[in-house]
Design a protein around this ligand. Structure first.
Ligand code: OOB
Length: 555
């Protein structure tokens, strides 16, 4: 396995192979199989473009040839992929898989702070991106590539039409699609080795890299496709950035391509766009985070999208953050489809409510694990096992849950038990039927409508401001997003006037993803302390929740 990655112990690997979970196939092979079986069916719809399986497969081959020959990308080379929801995402990732290069997935919302970290942490040889949603991603990638130490990474502009208006220093993806295919560039990667890197939501410091193997990921994809009852008639809408684990593999676009269905790329999650696509494309399955699902429910209830025929939609998946039971109960009557709750993590474990589950289970739990070999432990703060039904921290290990973050031995010693269980940081309880209910969190993370924020990553950026003495970022309740971020800041004595706009501009200029910019800033003379003199985040959370509960403050 790649240096810096933690393999499963041999006895576990043998067991997962014997059970038929790890089949020795590769992600590049998934599309090749699809092209053999479903050649003329539609694989992807993106704006007014539709590619069949054969077309997507051919494009991936031609791009693979160009990437290997023109950019000299080789097996094992990491490549940062930061793309909006377009057909090119699929073309790019399968081209990379075919030459054995490793995608490093960045969200479109990530900015230079995150992207330069990814380049530095992996030694990425190239960045594939496209400017979208009013932001110049290509310009940012060029600056990141310029400023990175070591050999300069290539920047590939994947926007359609980029070849007509080339950016200095960038190469257009269109220009890389070779006219002919050179099968000599294709490699057969070891299925047990790393296929790509996902980004962790993070609890401390900079985001950690999650190495996933062909074997483990393909198992989660196949099993998810079965659980979600996908088939060639599935039309899947991704209202989330497709490079996130949920729309990629739960069952996501990979599950849909495995089953021969079609992937519809939603350029944005708005009700107008998504409900419109559900109607025009005959979408059968859609995936959303809770705030997006709420927007759709509200729009339909208000009659804002009246006259839309949503009858093709059979199932709405909601996950990434807790979906309140009250909201969950509205899905079937308002949208006329079933709900599936998805509680997953890029580190591995994914739980689904099942199509055969009763109403109370679907609306009141976050599902049960994919695999009979997903091992679940629920533990008290002192590490002892919780009683049945008692909430505790969820620990897990299994055939598609990593054994370690990439190149992070110190962090791994905390995040995993000595016998390989991942400490999820989620507080759950188990129902008598084996379903999990997410009750809260012990990890220091803010879940802003599914987008994860590590408070100390943001605090480090705030502390870089010359007028700041100390900073603490905590979650505050929010009816729509579930949580938002509030920054408490102590100004430096004798420093300049520290105001919210000044601080927010400073954070933006440091290149922090927009969802990590605090929603609220409270300038205070001191922080409440715990008994041992540490900053009491609990008191800060309670203080801001109290303040928000007072009507004047909410306004
Ligand atoms: C998904 O993956 P990540 O890596 O962005 O975030 C994982 C964390 C979990 O540890 C948990 O804290 C939270 O997000 N979470 C949920 C949830 N789904 C995720 N909390 C409550 N209820 C849920 N349904 O978010 C992700 C990955 C694959 C599939 C679905 C979601």
């Amino acid at each position: 396995m790649r240096h810096g990655c933690t393999p499963w112990p041999e006895e576990f690997a043998d067991r997962y192979r014997a059970a038929g979970y790890w089949t020795g196939r590769t992600l590049g092979g998934l599309l090749r199989d699809g092209a053999d079986r479903f050649a003329d069916r539609t694989a992807v719809v993106s704006g007014d473009r539709r590619w069949t399986y054969a077309e997507l497969d051919g494009r991936a081959d031609r791009l693979a040839t160009g990437l290997a020959r023109r950019l000299d990308l080789a097996p094992g080379d990491p490549v940062v992929v930061q793309l909006p929801n377009t057909a090119e995402v699929l073309e790019v990732v399968f081209a990379l898989f075919r030459i054995g290069a490793l995608p490093v997935y960045a969200l479109p919302a990530h900015r230079s702070a995150e992207v330069s970290h990814l380049v530095a942490a992996t030694g990425a040889r190239a960045l594939v991106t496209a400017s979208a949603a009013g932001f110049d991603h290509v310009g940012m990638a060029l600056r990141v590539a310029e400023e990175a130490g070591g050999p300069r990474s290539h920047v590939v502009d994947a926007a359609p039409g980029a070849a007509d208006a080339p950016r200095e220093g960038a190469v257009a993806l269109e220009a890389l699609r070779s006219d002919t295919v050179d099968p000599g560039v294709f490699t057969a990667p070891d299925p047990a080795d790393v296929a790509f890197f996902q980004l962790s939501g993070g609890t401390t410091g900079l985001p950690k890299l999650i190495p996933r193997t062909h074997d483990d990921y393909l198992y989660s994809v196949r099993a998810s496709a079965d659980i979600c009852e996908l088939g060639p008639d599935t039309v899947y809408l991704s209202a989330l950035p497709v490079v996130h684990n949920f729309p990629m593999s739960s069952p996501g676009f990979l599950g849909v391509l495995y089953a021969g269905g079609s992937v519809v790329m939603a350029p944005d999650p708005s009700p107008a766009t998504c409900l419109g696509l559900i109607e025009s494309e005959g979408v059968t399955l859609a995936a959303a985070v809770p705030p997006v699902a709420l927007l759709w429910l509200d729009a339909v209830e208000r009659g804002a999208e009246s006259g839309r025929d949503l009858s093709s939609l059979r199932m709405l998946q909601v996950g990434g953050a807790k979906f309140a039971p009250e909201a969950a109960r509205r899905v079937a009557p308002v949208l006329g489809c079933r709900l599936q709750q998805v509680f997953g993590m890029a580190e591995g474990l994914v739980n689904y409510t099942r199509p055969e589950d009763d109403e109370a289970t679907v609306t009141g739990t976050q599902g049960r694990p994919i695999s009979p070999d997903d091992e679940i432990r629920i533990v008290r703060p002192d590490g002892t096992e919780a009683d049945p039904g008692e909430p505790g921290e969820l620990l897990t290990r299994g055939p598609y849950t990593i054994r370690g973050y990439y190149d992070a031995p110190v962090h791994n010693a905390r995040a995993f038990t000595p016998d390989g269980f991942y400490r999820t940081g989620d507080v759950v309880r188990l129902t008598p039927t084996g379903h999990l209910v997410v009750e809260g969190r012990v990890k220091d993370q803010i879940n802003r409508g599914g987008e994860k924020i590590a408070p100390d990553e943001v605090e480090d950026h705030i502390l870089a401001h010359p007028d700041v003495h100390d900073a603490a970022v905590v979650a505050m309740p929010d009816a729509y997003l579930g949580e938002r971020a509030c920054a408490y800041v102590i100004p430096r004595e004798g420093g300049g006037a520290l105001t919210r706009p000044v601080l927010l501009r400073f954070l933006r200029e440091r290149g922090l993803a927009s969802y990590k910019i605090p929603d609220r800033v409270e300038v205070v003379p001191e922080f409440p302390a715990t008994g041992v003199g540490k900053v009491s985040r609990r008191d800060l959370r309670a203080a801001i929740a109290d303040a928000l509960a007072r009507p004047a403050e909410r306004a």
